[in-house]
Design a protein around this ligand. Sequence first.
Ligand code: GRF
Length: 194
Amino acid sequence: MSRVRTAVLISGRGSNMEALIAAAADPACPFEVALVLANREDAPGLETAARAGIAAEAIAHHPFGKDREAHERVLDTRLRSAGVELVALAGYMRVLTPFLVRAWAGRMVNIHPSLLPLYPGLHTHERAIAAGDSHGGCTVHLVTEGVDEGPILGQARVPILPGDTADSLAARVLVEEHRLYPACLADRARSLLA
Ligand code: GRF
């Protein structure tokens, strides 16, 4: 079976990346993780990916200063030279410019730790608790030019319990992220193969 060559972009610990790599260990999974890229040399997830035998590289953004597009052009060149067909953002903490979003339209997905359209941006769990919401959760969506705005591919809901803190809720949502992301990415990969 041919599998969709997928890159995972990270900035930090990369637990969602790890869940995607674990899912792709099943030969029936329609995507393979061909490359992991980080925008920081010290992203702990790079080490995790390398240990799993995945090509893992940093393309740091800091040498590019304010020129975000110049950084993205280097990322894009690397993605293409690796034969990547699908890009999964997994805790990639950079707002993308229209250049990269358009270059990968329909082929770039993101996971966000809220029930979008609620709480785009940061501090999602704190905001859900402060609002008195009954549930938090996570969303996998296609990446479009608006931040955390693209068409929704899947969501998982998690009850907010009395006494929950942002950290306790984040930990329970993360468990669901690790289930939701591989499932949604597999659906997307299947649609690209069809
Ligand atoms: C996750 O909560 C993800 O939803 C958000 O950033 C966090 C990344 O965590 N976009 P990890 O690096 O995958 O562990």
